[in-house]
Write a protein that binds this ligand. Structure first.
Ligand code: ARG
Ligand code: ZN
Ligand code: CA
Length: 254
């Protein structure tokens, strides 16, 4: 596609305790983050180390809460339900009303985002393109969603959703998911081969897999660093996401 792709979003808030029933303001704060990160208008892109800054790219995707529901009626793009489930996992139970969650809206027309309590330290997870429609979308821990309300440091800058939507648009982890080895690949040419995931707030450069002098592109959204340390998608990653929008996800957006 050329130009900007605009994707309608539905947020399914599945809450057990009142605190998990996050505010509309927390939700819009997340949409705002996505629109900065995917257009490369996030102010902190300027913290990208100089050797990598020329690779920081505009994904040309924008997000907005849906204004029409699947039946054609007006909506604010936010659905809520209380559940008896105290904590969800990555088993997709949150994506079905029958298992305490909420059903997906049609994947061809909407990006589904479920916000809930997650166990086991999980911040979020995504379904890659090509999976079942009923479970398509991303799931985000309420306290790693948006920048206000229950959002808690160091995951309070909305980057979990940025990362998971990267997966939803076919991006792999930047270290290639091979543990700490150097044989895995993220199938992107302009991200340096990297051993394992980085966490926290690394110091530049972090060299692995003979990738000196500049080392790992740890400030990439597809690493595992803290929210304040991840600030960019690369040109090669944008090509991969756009190929997904031209291929498996060609129906979505306008
Ligand atoms: N799927 C990853 C996890 O649950 C998300 C990591 C997001 N990283 C972040 N800084 N927000 O651990
Ligand atoms: Zn991931
Ligand atoms: Ca690579």
């Amino acid at each position: 596609r050329t130009g900007i792709t605009r994707i309608p979003v539905v947020v399914h808030v599945v809450w057990n305790t009142a605190a998990q029933n996050i505010s509309d303001a927390q939700i819009t704060s997340q949409i705002d983050v996505l629109n900065r990160d995917f257009r490369r208008t996030n102010p902190d892109v300027s913290t990208t180390p100089a050797p990598f800054l020329p690779l920081a790219a505009d994904v040309r995707v924008e997000f907005s809460l849906a204004t029409t529901n699947p039946l054609g009626a007006p909506t604010n793009g936010i659905e809520r339900r209380q559940t008896s489930v105290t904590s969800f996992s990555d088993n997709d139970a949150v994506k079905s009303a029958a298992t305490g969650g909420m059903d997906a809206w049609p994947a061809a027309n909407y990006l589904n985002i479920w916000v809930c309590q997650l166990g086991g330290g999980l911040l979020g997870y995504a379904q890659f393109p090509g999976g079942p429609d009923a479970t398509d979308g991303v799931v985000i821990l309420h306290s790693a969603f948006g920048t206000t309300g229950t959002a808690a440091a160091p995951f309070n800058l909305g980057r979990t959703a940025t990362h998971e939507i990267g997966h939803w648009l076919n991006l792999n982890h930047i270290w290639g998911d091979d543990g700490t080895g150097c044989s895995g690949t993220d199938n992107v040419a302009d991200t340096p081969n990297q051993a394992g995931s980085n966490t926290g707030v690394p110091t530049f450069p972090h060299v692995s897999c003979s990738n000196g002098p500049n080392g790992d592109m740890f400030m990439n959204y597809m690493d595992y660093v803290d929210d304040r340390a991840m600030v960019m998608f690369s040109t090669g990653q944008v090509a991969r996401m756009q190929a997904c929008l031209d291929g498996v996800r060609s129906a979505i957006g306008s």
